[in-house]
Design a protein around this ligand. Sequence first.
Ligand code: FAD
Length: 553
Amino acid sequence: MNPLKIVIVGGVAGGASAATRARRTNEFADITLIEKDPDVSFANCGMPYFIGNEIKERAHLLVATPELLMNRYRIDVKVCHQVTKIDRQNKQVEVCDLNHQRTFLMPYDRLILSPGAEPVTPALSGLDSQNVFTLRTLQDADKIKHRLLTCKLKHVAIVGAGFIGLEMAEQLVHLGFFVRVIELAPQILSPFDKEMAFYVQKKLQEKGVEVHLKTSLKSLQVKDQSVVSLVLQDNQEIPVDLLILGLGVKPQSQLARECGLELNTQGAIVTNAHNQTSDPSIYAVGDAALVQHAVTLQPMLVPLAGPANRAGRLAGEHAAMGHSKPNAPVLGTSIVRIFDMVAALTGINEKTAKKLGINYQVACVQANHHASYFPGAQPILIKVLWDTLTHRILGAQAIGAEGVDKRIDVIATAIQLGATVDQLAMLDLCYAPPFGSAKDPVHMLGFIASNVIAGLLQLTTDVDALVHQQVVDVRSTKEVEQRPVPLAIHIPLELLRERLATLNSSVETVIFCHSGMRAYLASQILRQRGFTFVKIFSGGEVFYNLRQQAAQI
Ligand code: FAD
């Protein structure tokens, strides 16, 4: 019997995972991995750090070479080969050997597509200049690095304030450049809610990055084949020696389109839970394929390495064996380091919950990443969203210096296992003073949510409504002097019982403290002493200020 022929298009995250898993589950299959670029299985996620010299050796980005894949896995890797056509009827692909400009046909029994995505580029004249770059391939990274090393540069502009754009901003500041970030949206980092993104924006600005929001490129001034300045839509002109476009990506689905596979309106390849396309002998994974979102249950593009690797692994197994576990829905859990700040998220944010009409509640805390009395404790801001009816966790966002990844990973795991928000209070997490607190920030979120669900506490984050409410600030005089909350009646918590008569017990009252704990105590005092409508501002003055300032952008 002829061996099963598995052909894989794209040799990086999804493709390399598919190929190696296929081999591990089928020793006798004939496996070919076709990659149009010179490298396979490289760490795209490490490229900003290679450009910034934090990763010193280019070779460290090469996770597996064609030689290793042949010697260890007997996978035939064809680099500098591009699949140019899929002939579904005859089950064969047309391959172009890019070095020798010759084309040949290769038959398949199972075809796995992991061609990734391509950077979005606006239609503007001048973007073909020699100092304009996108960052997707190792060759892109090489070109940017070469330019940085060989030209005298000062001003760098990055268009697009997503994860990759901001990783590049951080690295280029470290290299001593003056960096400007230009973003069309009214906030950086669109997967975060606005106040959380604003907190990161303040860090960028503190480190000297100039942030331009609600604007984009209008035109480019080009001299000697290089862009020398940018005109923004608000007519500001800014000098530039190097321009990086980080405007996001679109699925690389031309091959799939041309051979008639089903795509969605964004051009992403439609797949089932086994990563099979509308043709069951063709699989699609990674940035080009749709996955099911774990919270919304809708198909969506999640261009991240984790989902691509996991889907590739399952597709490889299914192609090689004819069966595998189904793909688990994804949450889009992601993380970024911006200087000494870390921002991470999982699931959906408030913007998405509102857009989808989900009835949700939100709790915010600021708590230290380990025991406050142990040297080096650093605050983390976390917010969690849950479904008002089912109490299922919908998503979380966290920003801090240390321990952000741990909290978001714990919550992501809880969401994936179907936890309700009050169950966060029960998690048995590891604790010793250098690592955490007996009451971890994740527990605090669980405590707050449990109190809300039990009717012991009402939360608000509505800044606009405050003008119609009785606002009481129970912080100390010193704290209030340093960071006042406008319109608030100041009564330190310790004096609240004595001064109750100065407040109106029959109007809606919102209580503030620094981050929520004292406000909770105050709300219990007021509620038990006859105040009818008492809420606390979730996350206290810290979140209030962020929301207030972010709203003014
Ligand atoms: P890719 O890994 O891009 O691989 C696709 C390959 O297919 C490419 O090498 C391409 O050349 C090849 N190809 C395309 N068409 C053909 C064809 N017709 N014939 C032959 N070969 C073809 N994700 C995270 O989760 N965390 C991060 O920190 C992170 N950082 C990133 C930083 C950067 C700079 C970049 C660019 C991406 C980052 N990502 C990160 C995203 C992550 O790398 C991608 O989601 C992931 O690589 C997608 O895997 P894929 O297999 O779909 O595509």
